[in-house]
Design a protein around this ligand. Structure first.
Ligand SMILES: *[C@@H]1O[C@H](CO)[C@@H](O)[C@H](O)[C@H]1NC(C)=O
Length: 333
């Protein structure tokens, strides 16, 4: 009994979905020319889970970032999200923006672009406020886009908005309210982000490919692995030879290496409150785990060959806790 009504209904539903959900499109792409010029190398810091008006050692982490940022002559900073606790910003005029960002990261070396993704706590407030270019009038460093690419010569950075992937934020009635404007419906949004990311990765000719998201793919801390990212995001990263995945969410510093690919999982979520006292096992290889505050530094170079990546984790007292380096032969670019 194939009546025409269900077909019409189906078409109507598809049209309604297309009207509210942004279609797959090219990710916004920003060019960042490393300022040293001579060797084209790029240096940066990575911090996550920070905005608490300086409390829980946020100010101490910020001070050390200033010191390391100057020593490394950094090009920019990456924030892995959960920028403002506990519930993001209330609007573009929320004073937390200045009190937790502008007034905290004051060192001269940190007056560089901050390429930023949203975390789940940012979605609990006015998520659109953090994405608004209006904030750049308050502090020109702030560059927060949902998913985008920063092309920095030797390295491409692919920023992915991971919060909508996590099913429990949508379904658990005990969960806080999330600002899904411009995101819902979830399935369409995720499919589009993955398609856009895959296209951008395919087009990338950079020596280093680095993906940034708020949630961990691999983690041994409180939140552990993110199943939705293992399932949907990880296969794309492996298929396109991504070198590093950077995230926050777990309030710690950690380095886990993939057992069946060159991918390194790096958590830099120690921007303020930490010390959860949880460490679990992981299917991949745990290289380093620190349950306290701090941040990560990273330097990427292509010339002279072989290309070199080196990273370090730093604590609030200025100690280097862990380092890792890789020389990549030209055949693998
Ligand atoms: C601040 O950092 C020190 C040194 O790591 C640590 O002992 C202390 O517990 C931290 N304070 C807070 C509130 O996390």
């Amino acid at each position: 009994m194939a009546a025409p009504a269900p077909v019409a209904l189906l078409l109507l539903t598809a049209a309604a979905v297309a009207a509210v959900a942004p279609a797959a499109a090219e990710l916004p792409r920003l060019e960042h020319h490393p300022h040293r010029g001579d060797d084209g190398s790029v240096s940066l810091l990575v911090v996550g889970d920070w905005g608490r008006h300086g409390a829980y050692n946020q100010s101490m982490v910020a001070a050390q970032m200033g010191v390391v940022g100057e020593k490394m002559d950094i090009d920019f900073v990456i924030s892995t999200g959960d920028n403002f606790y506990k519930n993001g910003l209330t609007g573009v005029d929320d004073k937390a923006f200045e009190e937790s960002f502008t007034d905290i990261y004051t060192a001269k070396s940190l007056h560089k672009p901050w390429y930023t993704v949203l975390g789940n706590h940012d979605y609990r407030g006015d998520a659109l406020a953090q994405l608004s270019p209006v904030l750049r009038k308050v502090d020109s460093r702030w560059i927060c886009i949902r998913s985008f690419v920063v092309s920095a010569e030797v390295s491409d950075f692919f920023f992915v908005d991971t919060t909508p992937f996590v099913l429990k934020y949508w379904t658990d009635p005990k969960n806080s309210k999330y600002d899904w404007r411009g995101v819902s419906p979830r399935e369409t949004y995720i499919a589009n982000v993955l398609e856009d990311l895959e296209e951008a990765l395919k087009q990338s000719t950079a020596t280093w490919k680095i993906v940034v998201g708020h949630h961990a793919i691999r983690s041994v801390s409180e939140h552990g692995d993110t199943q939705e990212l293992l399932q949907h995001l990880l296969p794309i990263l492996k298929a396109h030879g991504v070198d590093l995945y950077l995230n926050g969410h777990d309030h710690c510093l950690e380095h886990i290496s993939s057992r069946d690919s060159p991918l390194q999982y790096l958590t830099s979520g120690g921007g303020s409150k930490a010390w959860r006292g949880v460490q679990t096992a992981n299917a991949d290889k745990v290289e380093f785990f620190y349950d306290g505050q701090g941040f990560m530094s990273l330097r990427l170079a292509a010339a002279p060959a072989p290309a070199e990546a080196s990273l370090a984790f730093h604590d609030v007292a200025g100690n280097v806790l862990h380092t890792w380096a890789l020389a990549k032969p030209a055949a693998r670019y």
